[in-house]
Design a protein around this ligand. Structure first.
Ligand SMILES: Cc1cc2nc3c(=O)[nH]c(=O)nc-3n(C[C@H](O)[C@H](O)[C@H](O)COP(=O)(O)OP(=O)(O)OC[C@H]3O[C@@H](n4cnc5c(N)ncnc54)[C@H](O)[C@@H]3O)c2cc1C
Length: 390
């Protein structure tokens, strides 16, 4: 007779560190993910798609731009936003990416750098999930170093003309508005491009082996003509897009742990059931050591995420601290996903279980929003004062 198992995050009673409201938000999102995402996500992943209609459901739950205030946004604290990201990514990194790109990249760019008119025009419908946004910074030859981008905007009378190509853009093909960053004679500027503007197209990228339940696209801008009101008035340097990326990275610090937690819960349940040599796989010391080490890393990662969340809510979070969180938690989440896969052995390589899907997704999470190498260099510079980028 096997005794009941404790949930990995319950072991350290980290719940005590959350307010009632934070608990309630996490519980609500977890229920939604259990009912609406987990039963369907393997099919979406196999088909290489993410349904745009999910946007309205995310909007109804208040998840889109949830830590922004006004304009129909929920206005929660940062920890609540982080917890929502964790629960969403327990479903799939694609679901969390959808919400991150909409809220932290596209909506944040408008909320932080946009005019009052732009905020009123776009944010309420984006918060409701009726309009979907994407964020075009990366180009095929300029990922880690976006300053070198070739996309250009030049003035033509009172209008702007945009030319260039963006690559690896989440939600690009299903977006209603694209936030596109371009070099101009007046510095790096952000443009709000309705996706039905002539000259704009967003072909979907195919044959991905990671983050398949997420639409990733190229953005092609061929003499896209925009009125003067399309430019974000507040941003005129790389600080504009980088401020948005800091927001989205913060969500990843929590989010990656959701994928890891789902893998670990799956592996524990599997190890308790699966009989090998006439005993449960959980009964081997080698398995227990794996499970214990993973539970430790998950709990340490959660404490780190929560600490960063509290700093953010106090207005004291610095970019190098977000780098610490992203570097550690994504690295540990991938290690957990891969180790869980070994416990499920052959069954672990199928879509019947979530672990290989999570492990593959986390490869993208390791790369986007700043690669692990780039975050290492950010932290190295903070520690030594010496810039090792060049
Ligand atoms: C699924 C997915 C979704 C994405 N969604 C978006 C999106 O919505 N919007 C968007 O704008 N972008 C998006 N991206 C792009 C992502 O941000 C870039 O892929 C990322 O910034 C890395 O750029 P790169 O792939 O060109 O790698 P590269 O910059 O070519 O890097 C190659 C390697 O060199 C290393 N490297 C780079 N510079 C240094 C250095 N100075 N020192 C040491 N090593 C270095 C990198 O760490 C990496 O290992 C997405 C990517 C993926 C995979």
């Amino acid at each position: 007779m096997i005794a009941p198992a404790e949930q990995p995050l319950a072991l350290l009673a980290v719940d005590h560190l959350l307010s009632d409201e934070e608990h309630e938000i996490a519980r609500t999102v977890r229920r939604f993910v259990d009912n609406e995402i987990k039963p369907n996500v393997a099919d979406w992943w196999e088909e290489g798609t993410f349904p745009k209609e999910m946007g309205k459901q995310f909007g109804a739950l208040g998840l889109l731009g949830m830590h922004l205030t006004g304009y129909g946004c929920a206005g929660t604290n940062a920890v609540s936003y982080g917890l929502a990201c964790m629960e969403l990514e327990a479903g799939d990194s694609g679901a969390r990416s959808f919400v991150s790109v909409q809220g932290s990249l596209a909506m944040f760019a408008i909320h932080h750098w946009g005019s009052e008119e732009q905020k009123c025009r776009w944010l309420p419908e984006m918060a409701a999930g009726e309009l979907i946004g994407c964020f075009g910074l990366t180009e095929a030859d300029f990922g880690s170093n976006p300053a070198g981008m070739r996309t250009r905007a030049r003035r033509d009378g009172s209008d702007w003309l945009l030319d260039g190509t963006k690559m690896w853009i989440t939600n690009g093909s299903i977006a209603d508005v694209a936030v596109v960053w371009a070099n101009t004679d007046e510095g790096l500027r952000g443009f709000l491009v309705p996706t039905d503007t002539p000259g704009f197209s967003a072909p979907k990228l195919a044959r991905k082996l990671s983050l398949r339940a997420s639409v990733t696209s190229e953005l092609v801008l061929d003499r896209v003509r925009l009125p003067a009101e399309a430019v974000l008035p507040g941003a005129s340097s790389l600080r504009g897009p980088l401020s948005c990326l800091d927001e989205a990275r913060f969500g990843i610090v929590f989010g990656a742990l959701g994928a890891a937690r789902d893998c670990l819960e799956t592996a524990i349940a599997y190890a308790r059931e699966r009989q090998v040599f006439d005993r449960p796989v959980a009964g081997f010391q080698l398995t227990q050591e794996k499970l214990v080490d993973m539970a430790l890393e998950l709990q340490k990662g959660f404490l780190l995420a929560l600490h960063l969340g509290r700093l953010k809510d106090a207005g004291e979070l610095r970019p190098q601290q977000v780098s610490l969180g992203k570097l550690n938690n994504v690295r540990e989440a991938i290690a957990i996903a891969r180790t869980c896969r070994t416990i499920l052995a052959a069954n672990g390589i199928t879509l019947e279980y979530p672990v290989m899907r999570h492990a593959n997704n986390l490869e993208s999470v390791l790369t986007y929003e700043g690669t692990s190498e780039v975050h290492t260099l950010v932290i190295g510079k903070a520690l030594t004062g010496v810039d090792a980028f060049g």
